[in-house]
Design a binder for this molecule. Structure first.
Ligand code: NAD
Length: 349
């Protein structure tokens, strides 16, 4: 046996109603004038947090956008200096958290993050930014949030057409972590537990969402994000980032549509890991199990259905070959094209 495992230093609080602790958690990381970052539809939620944290609120900034465009970050930095913010409170999904991280990268300000989707970005030292249609991803300890508060009551407002793909996005983190070249016993255990929790939660969320199902899904998302923050991303993430960044597609929907097909590819490259996914889902075949989940949650279950052309698939394959993420290594353009065209047609893998 041989492995390297390095944990990321973060404080995590998980409880229904835990959002009420935001003020004291800001005090703990030394923030007295917070910039409250979110996306435009969640401006009211951010305003409620401003009331909750009282005089620690510097400004509510509901300007975050999907894929963290660098021009949006530049505008936010002007707001940071004009209010003399000494920290960030990010509330929302991966888009709000992405802007928070992009500011932290450039200012080193401390971050308290309160996630409201299952994207998992809060647990990673990873930042993806889009400039002129190309998504570039980097790792830096500067972007890792100091504190994360998970409050399942906050995800319960997610519309199911957002919640389902978002939970599949989390599932993709866990599957990729099991298949990673630098997978280790800790992340593999976390990933299996994550897949179990998400696999249990998803059908309940779709049929009859209750408190326990939302909490299970958020628990699975936390575990998946923890894995993603610790191991190398693989071909699944590379293809999704190339596609979503180039064509401004929903990050979660692309992950959800691609996952059965990248799992089918990984069934050949990392068969043991893919078998562990099947066991966690209590099924015989991983790609088929993921395909069934994908069909349940995705309104437009193929790349063709979301409007991509065959020319777009060729372009995405080119982009996916630039700066590979590392595991599994040496994927050819031909293999990437095969994966993409399978997801384009949307047949059972
Ligand atoms: P998102 O943050 O854009 O959220 C999707 C939509 O749901 C938005 O309109 C948002 O306002 C709304 N929303 C969020 N929470 C809600 C709630 N509880 N109730 C009602 N509406 C709510 O999308 P996402 O999928 O969470 O994040 C995608 C972004 O995150 C992408 O930019 C992606 O690159 C990034 N990401 C980064 C990492 C990382 O580790 N760096 C990991 C995963 C995702």
């Amino acid at each position: 046996m041989s492995f390297v495992y390095q944990a990321n230093p973060q404080r995590v609080i998980f409880a229904a109603g835990a959002r009420s602790q935001a003020g004291e958690e800001l005090d703990r990381i030394g923030v007295s004038r917070a910039m409250i970052v979110t996306t435009p539809p969640q401006a009211d939620t951010a305003a409620a947090f401003a009331r909750l944290i009282g005089e620690r609120a510097g400004i509510v900034y509901p300007g975050a956008q999907m894929h963290t465009p660098t021009n949006v970050t530049e505008a936010a930095l002007t707001a940071v200096s004009s209010v003399k913010a000494d920290g960030i409170l990010a509330i929302g999904g991966g888009s709000a958290i992405g802007l928070s991280k992009a500011i932290a990268l450039r200012t080193d300000l401390p971050q308290l993050v309160i996630p409201t989707t299952f994207a998992g970005s809060e647990m990673t030292p990873i930042l993806g930014e889009v400039e002129r249609g190309v998504k570039k991803t980097q790792r830096s300890p500067k972007v890792l949030p100091e504190t994360v508060i998970y409050d399942p009551e906050l995800v319960a407002t997610l519309p199911l057409h957002v919640a389902g793909p978002s939970a599949m996005n989390a599932m993709a983190h866990a599957v990729d972590a099991l298949c990673a070249a630098n997978a280790n016993p800790v992340t593999s255990l976390l990933a299996q537990e994550s897949i179990r929790a998400l696999g249990r939660a998803l059908p309940r969320l779709l049929a009859d969402p209750n408190e326990a199902a939302w909490a299970d899904a958020l628990y699975g998302a936390w575990l998946a994000g923890t894995c993603l923050g610790t191991v190398a991303m693989g071909i699944h993430h590379k293809i999704c980032h190339a596609l979503a960044g180039a064509f401004d597609l929903s990050h979660a929907d692309v992950h959800c549509i691609m996952l059965p097909y990248t799992a089918a590819f990984n069934r050949n490259t990392t068969p043991d890991a893919i078998q562990r996914v099947a066991r966690a889902l209590d099924r015989d075949d991983t790609p088929s199990a993921l395909y069934d989940l994908m069909l349940k949650v995705e309104g437009q279950p193929s790349l063709k259905a979301i409007g991509l052309t065959r020319a777009a698939i060729e372009k995405a394959a080119d982009l996916a070959m630039v700066d590979p993420y590392g595991s599994p290594s040496r994927v050819t353009r031909e293999e990437v094209l095969q994966i993409l065209f399978a997801a384009y047609d949307g047949e059972r893998p």
